[in-house]
Design a protein around this ligand. Structure first.
Ligand SMILES: Nc1ncnc2c1ncn2[C@@H]1O[C@H](COP(=O)(O)OP(=O)(O)OP(=O)(O)O)[C@@H](O)[C@H]1O
Ligand SMILES: [Mg+2]
Length: 216
């Protein structure tokens, strides 16, 4: 089966220690994979490495069968990868919810009216229409997380890398996100501590430890 993401023998050490080694993973076209692991095991670091925001210490990354040799190579695929960081505080570029969700579409040259309509329907799908004109920095942590997800999903990226998409979300919001993510036929890596969320979404689960990434 065609693979969208291939990781081969990745290792990562930060300034003080080796965080992980032996990370080998193939994510096929439209496959949904979950990664679990203890706090500090390197899950967020791994996603940042896959998206090109951080550099691995050794090992290879291929995206869409292209080997990523430098951070420059990742730039070619930036709009193909939807990355939701664990902490969305620094993620936003516009003051209001609707402006931020429209932003990527406007940057791609979409007309304001069309971008607005798409953003409204995205907010509706995620159950946050009532937040349309709110200031992003006045929102709760959970509300911010859903707004950030809306801004990512609206661009229809080819791959989704989601770092704890449901932490801080209430039950209804979590259910809406499960339904939406299940309806999206794309390759995804989802980092989460929520067992029930993972069970409903990703048939393949890996655990990250210092020694590597193992299927469980
Ligand atoms: N900016 C940083 N500078 C130095 N060390 C860092 C930095 N960010 C993370 N670390 C360290 O790197 C290791 C991996 O952190 P990372 O955030 O990737 O773990 P995680 O598995 O996502 O944890 P959590 O489940 O708490 O989100 C940890 O030991 C952490 O303390
Ligand atoms: Mg993390």
């Amino acid at each position: 089966m065609s693979c969208s993401i291939n990781l081969k023998e990745l290792t990562y050490s930060n300034s003080s220690k080796e965080v992980f080694k032996n990370v080998t993973l193939d994510v096929s076209h439209e496959e949904k994979v979950a990664i679990i692991g203890a706090n500090g095991s390197g899950k967020s670091s791994l996603l940042k490495i896959i998206v090109g925001l951080m550099k691995q210490s050794s090992g290879e990354i291929s995206l869409f069968h292209e080997k990523m040799n430098s951070l420059k190579d990742f730039k070619i695929y930036r709009s193909d990868i939807g990355y939701l960081p664990q902490d969305v505080n620094d993620h936003f570029l516009c003051p209001t919810v609707i402006e931020d969700v429209m932003f990527a579409l406007r940057a791609k040259g979409e007309k304001k009216d069309e971008a607005y309509l798409k953003a409204c329907s995205m907010l509706e799908e995620l159950g946050i229409s009532h937040l349309e004109n709110r200031n992003i920095y006045d929102l709760s942590g959970g509300e911010q997380k859903i707004v950030a997800l809306a801004g990512i999903l609206i661009t229809k990226p080819r791959i989704l890398l989601l770092d704890e998409p449901t932490n801080a979300l209430d039950e209804d919001a979590e259910k809406r996100i499960i339904d939406i993510l299940n309806s999206i036929k794309k390759s995804m890596i989802i980092v989460s501590h929520h067992k029930t969320f993972i069970e409903k979404l990703a048939p393949t689960v890996y655990k990250l430890t210092k020694e590597g990434l193992n299927r469980i």
